[in-house]
Ligand binder design. Sequence first.
Ligand code: 6PG
Length: 469
Amino acid sequence: MILNNIGIIGMGVMGSNIAFNFSNHNERISVYTRSSEKLKQIVQKDQNNFIISFNSLKDFVFSLKKPRHILLMIPSGSSIDLLIESLLKFLDIGDVIIDGGNSFFKDTRKRNNYLIKKGIYFIGAGISGGEKGALLGPSIMYGGDKKACAILEILFQKISAKYHGQSCSEYIGSDGSGHYVKMVHNGIEYSDMQLISEVYYLLKNLLQFDNQKISNLFKKWNQGELCSYLIEITGNILSKKNKNGNYIIDLIEDIANNKGTGMWTSQNALELCVPLSLITESVFARYLSTLKTQRILASTLFTGPEKKIKFTSKELSIFLNHLQKALYLSKILSYAQGFTQLKFASEKYNWNLQYFKIAKIFRAGCIIRADLLNKIVDAYVENNQIISFLFSPYFQNIVNQYHSSLRYIVSIGVKFGISIPVFSAAISYYDSYRSKISSANLIQAQRDYFGSHTYSRIDKEGSFHTEWI
Ligand code: 6PG
């Protein structure tokens, strides 16, 4: 019997597409799921006959070469722990379990610690790119014990996306670091999506642009510095009509769901004391969207300015130019906050993250792939320890040139009563970040006034308290 290098458990869309991806790269692969019907369909669809299916967990495990590599593509949470327990009965020392889902990095750390005591390696792999990416080449960020990753590296390189021939698969660091980087990727994904939605909302409500016109604008912007997967798909989404000739976007309810990865990113930023205002605002924007009943009621009771502006064609082109720049700068600030969070996490968890490597694997396959990442790669190649990539010459130049556009767009939003929370967070962060002197001296005085919390002074070393009353 020929033994396979890797097996996958979980034949949902992501799991099965990864199996087909391996098969398309001439890699024989074992797959396991409980449904015989599902297994039959997958084997039938596999034109290369490289997928070997099992509905016995034991037979599946024994079909793998040692050390066994078992990729779990099942929902995150307790189902992972249950499956690990079932697998342990059949595994040998040195075998490797890889969690390819969006698991919380602290769970990955725990599982890692638990399994290492049993001689089993546990690798947390963030796999980005949605169902198409899984089939044609995702971006893969994996972490755990490096010793366990030699075979995995070759396997992941085979199936990952390629950016000008370079594989978008990278070993990130120990324990939960792979899942951590995927979590921050998702946080950035949230703010990218929200910023684009705010542009759409402004154009639709303030300028009364129709869907086709907005779609054309995104398609045009996708030819320039904003070029990215999310801008590209937004251009396509906005022009898509159904059989009756109606735009699909107009039929979709304005309530955004989430699976929690954006929330984890923000929660962790709070724990690490790192400002993550753009991503966090985008999480809140999704939550606010779900308060539909309250929004409907409030819309009938609370007033605001008329959401309309009349531009000459010259003014319109100036406005659109500002909007494009405001979007690019806000996107930069959101990535900068995300990468700064990675830096804080690297220090806290001792991961020694290589930011240029992370930016490199985000350039293809994943949801936040964007031309901008090349500039981020350059900044970190130049200096991996840079405080923030904003300090590199390219970004210094952009922020200095573009902040007035962002300021203008936010002022328009405020003036005309159009909610653009992430744009607003962006300019606010920018202005706070560049403030040599902040208002925090007053906060310290207030804390000392009501709670004797003490303060430090600018003219003397030490800790001081004033009897304020
Ligand atoms: C990816 C995506 C993927 C998933 C999101 C959706 O990188 O391929 O991020 O992981 O689509 O997790 O997340 P929400 O349901 O929270 O929007």
